[in-house]
Design a protein around this ligand. Structure first.
Ligand SMILES: *Cc1c(COP(=O)(O)O)cnc(C)c1O
Length: 369
């Protein structure tokens, strides 16, 4: 049997090598190595893609989340509502503002933040709700936006896993006040190094983020605020412009593999991804659930199939958040996700034969709960 890697980034490069090499060569030859035309062109193209008015290219996804919160004037003493089950970056961005992440548990079927639990977590200090479109599945935005409106809160979306996903037909990118993006190489739209961005249709917010990412400066050597250095690299922007042209087609391939898994695993007893009728997922990950997760992962490993766990330790159980004093069992659903979820190989270059192989190895019964 052939080995099946969890994700093959080189295969993506091989498919579009000529275009990528041309784009990178163009930047080398241009003499522009910070911001400039390549970054501006990507910003315009990605804003258009996301159905947002503005895009600000940044150094990585964590900075995008952090500086968006800064631009929303989140500071010491403030609270930001975050999912209890997410990559730790979502929480760290809040902590970097000296604010407090306030976790809310996910919906047990979609693994995204449960809107019906948000209001109970709101206090007079709450400034922002920060939903994550986890695994490329859009979070249920309309109830979240309604709650935000009722309480005068901002909404920042973590879109790091959801490039191209749609919610009720609308692209992820400007449903809330702003969306933060990561272009980490393994994401649906991935650079060849670090990269990130904010999309928003709020001109004032866009302006503030643009100034913050570049030393608090609009005019060279004139500094309005104490800013940061978090600029999208022009080489990464050039690569992203090429890959953006392929994103929809690549997401369609992900969707076809997801369908193959959904059909092929229907009788295994595993809990499969639940897709609400309003969701058009980007299928960043294909995640199955079982109380026998570790046994399942071992069987796949033995068969040469790469899998990952997203994520094995929820943020509140990380040593990094020990000082917050949150009891280990405080967020039982986040705990269960960490214990029971397993991500199977998926990616635009993964052959359907490889998915068939994974399905065959998983053939036997596994209890879902
Ligand atoms: C990848 C990711 C980030 C952080 O992105 P970086 O570019 O690695 O900083 C933030 N949130 C989520 C949900 C992610 O998956």
């Amino acid at each position: 049997m052939k080995k099946v890697p969890f994700l093959d980034l080189h295969a993506a490069y091989a498919e579009i090598k000529r275009e990528i090499d041309e784009a990178v060569g163009r930047v080398f030859a241009s003499g522009w190595y910070i911001l400039g035309p390549e970054v501006e062109a990507f910003e315009a193209e990605f804003a258009g893609y996301c159905e947002a008015q503005h895009c600000i290219g940044m150094a990585n996804g964590l900075d995008a989340l952090h500086l968006a919160l800064r631009a929303m004037e989140v500071g010491p003493g403030d609270e930001v509502i975050v999912p209890s089950n997410t990559y730790i970056a979502t929480w760290l961005a809040v902590s970097q503002c000296s604010a407090t992440p306030v976790p809310v548990e996910p919906d047990d079927r979609t693994y995204n933040i449960d809107p019906s639990l948000i209001e109970a977590a709101i206090t007079p200090r709450t400034k922002v709700i920060l939903p994550v479109h986890l695994y490329g599945q859009p979070a249920d935005m309309d109830p979240i936006l309604a709650i935000a409106r009722r309480h005068g809160l901002r909404v920042l979306e973590d879109g790091a896993q959801a490039h191209g996903a749609r919610y009720k037909g609308r692209r992820i990118g400007a449903n809330g006040d702003a969306a933060a993006w990561s272009f980490y190489p393994g994401k649906n739209l991935g650079a060849v190094g670090d990269g990130g961005a904010i999309t928003t249709s709020d001109a004032e917010l866009a302006d503030r983020i643009r100034v913050l990412r570049n030393y608090g400066s609009r005019v060279k050597y004139v500094n309005e605020v104490q800013g940061y250095n978090s600029r999208l690299d022009p080489i990464q922007a050039a690569v992203l412009r090429v890959k953006l042209k392929h994103l929809d087609a690549w997401n369609v391939r992900r969707g076809a593999l997801a369908k193959q898994y959904l059909n092929g695993l229907a009788d295994t007893g595993l809990r499969l991804p639940h897709v609400p009728e309003w969701a058009d997922p980007a299928w960043h990950l294909f995640v199955v659930r079982s109380v026998q997760r570790d046994r399942l992962q071992q069987r796949l490993t033995d068969a040469g199939i790469g899998t990952l766990i997203h994520y094995p330790i929820p943020p509140h159980r990380q040593q990094a958040y020990a000082a917050a004093g949150i009891p280990t069992d405080a967020f039982p659903l986040a705990g269960r996700m960490a214990d029971e979820l397993l991500s199977l190989p998926i990616g635009p270059q993964l052959p359907t034969a490889a998915v068939a192989q994974v399905i065959e190895v998983m053939g036997r019964q596994f209890a879902a709960t």
